[in-house]
Design a protein around this ligand. Structure first.
Ligand SMILES: *Cc1c(COP(=O)(O)O)cnc(C)c1O
Ligand SMILES: [Zn+2]
Length: 401
């Protein structure tokens, strides 16, 4: 299937589908603006391939077929904390436990079809795990660049798919630019966080949300944001559905950042179109390591998405994230990673400010499962030991009215 790329900001179009950025500097995407599309056109296929008609490639083989198709669950236990009628879009149910699989499912097969021998990625987190899984399922080599000193737990999560892992010293943040350069010069395609084909895959999360709730449209959708890639994909999905006449009023996009690195929140509050990169002495440590990008490559586009949908960007602290993570588990039954828990903390902030009302529907998108991070929370678990001969007595006293 052929497609072209375009720039959301200046409108320039490109036929070279391996290109990532416009001459104006902004990231490109596949903005097809479908007009003839309805939910009835969705054939009942695997996961996100239900929306194959709106994707730039045909359904591939491999683990890509397991991507997407995650449940959207009404979760009333979380209403009080959130301050709205909560639905949870559990992206942790993707094959590698994060929404990244939607992007890899399109980007990796597209790269292979366009002839590059090796697929690469710059990540030590969910993007690395996902890209490695999708590459190996198509029998392709994958090269993962992680920062020097990456923990053995993280390395093990990535290494299970047997990519070549290179620990890189020097400034890791600058690797985004290096990756684009290497992709042009060598027979390797380094799929960065906002590669246009990834963004196309991400929009299927929005399709699934709107498809499940149709003919209603949710009032608010809350996502954690780092590079701004996922937010861009969700915005692209909204634009597709608007152009197909399937939604009238756009959901308000609420992006949530960690207070430790929040260039998007700062730009949003300042009314700026482009985020200002944060220097290392302006940023701090956070438990939400999936969202700590001080210089988000799709930041300006994410801000445009928020303004276009009348949404908001908010920052939350690690303490708020820890509380939200507990509420997700205890009141919702969901095991989510800290970056994902930030969505709940973020919307309760909106509710406090009067930007979300109790009768409005709010979709929280836990982007990644918490099961990869167990044992890192430093939580003390108190239990009692009872001999089996004493169990009945002990239970009697426990269950006594
Ligand atoms: C990658 C990731 C994010 C951030 O997404 P961006 O596209 O970089 O904004 C949020 N949550 C999880 C779990 C992630 O893996
Ligand atoms: Zn441009």
């Amino acid at each position: 299937m052929s497609f072209s790329l375009s720039c959301y900001r200046c409108g320039e179009r490109y036929e070279d589908t391996a290109r990532v950025r416009c001459a104006c500097g902004e990231p490109l995407w596949v903005d097809a603006r479908p007009t003839a599309f309805s939910w009835d056109d969705c054939r009942n296929r695997d996961g996100m391939w239900r929306y194959e008609a709106l994707l730039p490639i045909d359904r591939p083989e491999g683990v890509a077929r397991a991507a997407g198709g995650t449940p959207l669950v009404r979760s009333p236990g979380l209403d009080d904390v959130a301050g709205g009628r909560v639905f949870v879009k559990d992206e942790g149910e993707n094959p590698t436990g994060a929404y990244k699989d939607r992007g890899s499912a399109v980007a990796v097969p597209h790269t292979i079809a366009t002839g590059d021998d090796v697929v690469g990625t710059v990540s030590y987190g969910n993007m690395a795990i996902s890209t490695a899984a999708h590459a190996t399922s198509l029998d392709r080599e994958c090269l993962v660049f992680v920062p020097e000193g990456t923990s053995s737990v993280r390395l093990e999560l990535i290494a299970q798919y047997e990519p070549t892992i290179a620990q890189v010293s020097g400034e890791y943040g600058a690797l985004y630019g290096d990756a684009l350069d290497l992709s042009e010069r060598l027979p390797i395609d380094v799929l960065v966080s906002d590669a246009p084909t990834r963004i196309s895959g991400y929009k299927t999360a929005l399709f699934e949300i709107c498809d499940s709730l149709a003919p209603e449209t949710p009032d608010v959708i809350a996502l954690p944001a780092s590079s701004g890639g996922f937010a861009s994909g969700v915005w692209l999905g909204i634009r597709d559905l608007e152009s197909a006449g399937l939604i009238d009023e756009s959901p308000r996009l609420c992006l949530v950042q960690t207070a430790a690195a929040d260039p998007l929140t700062r730009a949003f509050e300042d009314g700026a179109t482009d985020p200002t990169p944060m220097s290392s002495d302006e940023t701090g440590d956070t438990i939400a390591h999936s969202i700590g990008n001080p210089d988000p490559p799709s930041g300006a586009r994410a801000l445009a998405a928020v303004r276009d949908t009348d949404g908001a960007v908010v920052s939350v602290t690690d303490d708020e994230i820890r509380t939200a993570q507990r509420r997700f588990a205890v009141d919702g039954g969901f095991c989510v990673e800290p970056a994902s828990a930030a969505t709940l903390a973020g919307v309760s902030r909106l509710a406090e400010r009067g930007e979300l009302s109790a009768d409005e529907s709010v979709v929280l998108v836990p982007t990644g499962t918490g099961f990869k991070e167990l044992g890192t929370g430093g939580r003390d678990v108190a239990t009692e030991t009872v001999h089996r001969a004493d169990l009945r007595d002990r239970l009697e006293s426990l269950l006594a009215p």
